[in-house]
Every structure is written in C-alpha cells, then in structure tokens.
Design a protein around this ligand. Structure first.
Ligand code: UD1
Ligand code: UDP
Length: 359
C-alpha cells in the first residue's frame, strides 16, 4: 500500500506533520508531493527543517498566481506524478488551492482521496477556501472529520456515513508535540522584549480582509485602539500577502510591531504566552483555543464554531470599534474551557484508518 501526501502551504505542512510522523513510525511506503504554493523560506522550508520532516520527493514549484492559474498548474503538475507513482491513496489537508487540485487530480485517476480536516463550513461562498472545502469533501473517499459538528455537516450534505471517520484535528497533535520543545526555547519572547501575558499577538492574511483596503484599514485601526486602551505591545508577524497589500494600499501604523513570519516553535511560544490573540487565521483560532488563550477573530463568520461554543473565541469582523469592544469582552474570560479538537492522536488514527481500509 502506497500513500501520497500532497501539501503546499504553511498550515498544511504544520497540520500534516503528525500524519507524516505516523507514516514514518509505521514504516509505511509513502512520499510527499509539495506543490510549491508557498515557497518563501519563512513560509515553507523553515517548517521542514524545524519539524524535522523528510524532504518532499517532488516539488512542483507552482508559486503564486490567480486562482485559476495556480489551481490549474497544480492540477496538471500533480497528474503525471500520480500516473508515474500510482499510489493507492492520496492525502490532502485543509482548504487551499493545493488541496482542491490535488484531490481532483487523484480522483480523476481513480485514486482514493483522504481529506484531513473534512466537513468545515463557513457558509460563505465568497471565501476561496469554502469552495475548496466543499468540492474536496465531495470528491473524497475518506473524510477525516475533526469534530462531531464536522461529521454532522457532512452527513447533512448527503455524504455516506461509512466514508466519515472521527479523528480529532491534527493541529492538537502538532501543538502537543511541539509545545514542549517551544518551552525550552525561551528566546522568542526575549528577542522581542516581551513579557508573558503582557502583549497581544496578531495574524491577518485572508484575501477578503487584506485585499480590501477598507477592511484592512479597519483591522489596523482596531489594533491601534486595542494597543492604546490596554497600553500593551501588539505584535504582528505579517504574512507576505498582507505585507504586499499594505504596501500596495500605502497603509501605515506606528502602534503595531510588524515582524517577519515566525517559525512554528517561536510562534507557538508567543501564542501560548500572549494576553490575547487577534486573528483571521483558521489554525490560529484552533491553537488559541487549545492553548487556553482568548481569541478575537477578525472575521464575520468562522468554520470553527466549536471555539465560539466553548467560549474561547469571539467574532469581531473588521470595524475598529467592534474589534475594541470584542477585545474588552473576552480579555479577562475564564479560560477553563474544554478543547473540542481531540486528544492529540489524530495523525496516528488517520494513518491506522488508511492502513485498515486500504490494507
Ligand atoms: C493560502 C491559502 C489560504 C491559507 C494560506 C495560509 C488558497 C486559496 N489560499 O493563502 O487558504 O490560509 O495560504 O497561509 O489556497 N507569497 C509569498 N511567499 C510565499 C507565498 C505567498 O511572498 O511563500 C505572497 C505572494 O505575493 C502571493 C501571496 O502571498 O501572491 C498570496 O499567496 P497565495 O498562496 O496565493 O495565497 P495565501 O494568501 O498565502
Ligand atoms: N504560524 C507560524 N508562524 C507565523 C504565523 C502562523 O508558524 O508567523 C502557524 C500557526 O501556528 C498555525 C499556522 O501557521 O499553525 C496557521 O497558518 P495560516 O494562518 O497561514 O493559515 P490558515 O490556518 O488560516 O489556513
């Protein structure tokens, strides 16, 4: 039985790492196909090095581009690799263009597709990720649902019960596996002259936020209001898309510390010691919940409703006053909520399921 793991962006590398480690431990016949959707050192290689992941056997180097162009390049790049290697199953994770194109290329060749983190829905079809999630789920053979809510969504869309597996989310594995290491490397806070619980950590990169001047400006003004009211530093490791759009729109801010995107251990450390996190990232909403740090989500919806239900997260949108108001509401919240994303064994479970069903 041969497995092909397709990945291409920062969150896929992080969330696939527990699956890769499980394949290694089980000594399975598998290989990694990197699409090259992310390629800057700080968005790609740093994670392979730090998480000690094996090199990808193939890298398509597709790079950036418009949706059709990028998705098309991945589709036509993946196909010949799958034809040559003939894996029994292809695994994809999440909701990027890499995921949709990888799944589509495989299913057209009648290769089984396993979707890690299946069944998430924001119900906002303007998000490119929502289209990618829905289409990937509906062409997958094995749907690894991270939560009960995700399973119910899939059943509600008519997907057969027998295709859905409750596994938990591999992000819990990634956090647990790396948090201990992160604790030993106490330099991220020192390097930035930050004190535990005395700063805000921000990430924002969603297309519908940073590519729209009014929304991005709203986020920046909101962060400045938060910095002023609480008198604490606001640290924003800025995603290359957001950096590019800030320059394009000529946006500036003196109240925010913009830094380069961080390696995973440094970022985990900053997340785990922050007073509060403000983000539009999917993975960061989950990690804040797991790490018991309150989160203000800079969006009007979320495909992670479990975080709202347990009380770790609040939806603020992108208007400055609402960002400040939501920060006030959640900043001192009792953080004894339960982690809804599983026990940290999702990667192992997924690999065991693949072995069993393909065996
Ligand atoms: C992609 C995913 C998004 C995910 C995010 C994770 C899609 C549709 N979007 O968004 O779901 O949350 O990755 O971070 O798949 N760039 C670089 N270096 C890189 C990568 C990108 O400079 O290594 C810059 C380029 O200017 C590029 C822009 O970032 O045009 C956007 O990159 P792209 O991969 O298209 O989308 P992301 O915003 O990264
Ligand atoms: N992350 C990181 N360094 C950073 C910002 C984020 O390692 O500077 C990690 C974060 O811990 C999480 C993942 O990147 O695991 C989230 O990726 P991103 O926000 O790019 O994508 P999304 O989850 O929104 O798809």
């Amino acid at each position: 039985m041969k497995i092909c793991i397709i990945l291409g962006t920062r969150p896929e590398i992080i969330k696939m790492s527990p699956v890769i480690r499980a394949c290694e431990r089980q000594n399975l016949d598998y290989f990694i196909l990197h699409t090259g959707q992310h390629y800057s050192y700080v968005m790609d290689r740093v994670f392979f090095e730090q998480l000690e992941l094996p090199e990808a056997t193939y890298n398509l180097d597709v790079g950036s581009g418009k949706h059709g162009e990028q998705t098309g390049k991945i589709l036509s790049g993946v196909e010949p690799v799958l034809q040559k290697e003939r894996p029994d199953v292809v695994l994809v994770e999440g909701d990027t263009n890499t995921v949709l194109a990888g799944a589509l290329a495989a299913t057209k060749l009648h290769i089984k597709v396993g979707h890690v983190e299946a069944g998430l829905r924001s119900y906002d079809r303007k998000m490119p990720e929502e289209i990618n999630r829905v289409l990937t789920d509906h062409c997958s053979d094995y749907l690894f649902a991270p939560t009960e809510t995700a399973r119910e969504i899939l059943l509600g869309e008519g997907i057969q019960d027998t295709k859905i597996f409750d596994t938990g989310n591999t992000v819990v594995d990634a956090v647990f596996q790396n948090l201990e290491l992160a604790k030993d490397r106490n330099n991220a806070l020192n390097d930035l002259h930050l004190e535990p619980r005395n700063y805000f950590l921000v990430t924002a990169h969603r297309q519908e936020n940073v590519d729209v001047k009014e929304r991005f400006e709203g986020i920046i003004k909101g962060l400045e209001l938060v910095a002023n009211e609480f008198g604490l530093p606001v640290v924003y490791p800025i995603h290359p898309r957001a950096r590019k759009m800030m320059n394009h729109f000529g946006l500036k801010s003196n109240g925010i510390e913009f830094i380069e995107p961080l390696d995973y251990l440094s970022f985990l450390q900053l997340e785990s010691k922050a007073k509060l996190v403000l983000t539009d990232s999917g993975g960061v909403q989950e990690e804040a919940c797991i790490l018991k740090i309150p989160c203000v989500t800079l969006r009007n919806n979320t495909e992670r409703p479990e975080t709202l239900e347990v009380g770790s997260n609040i939806l603020a949108g992108t208007t400055p006053e609402k960002i400040l108001e939501c920060t006030r509401l959640i900043i001192d919240r009792n953080n004894e909520w339960k982690n809804p994303f599983g026990d940290g064994n999702a990667g192992k479970r997924i690999v065991e399921i693949v072995e069993e069903v393909q065996g």
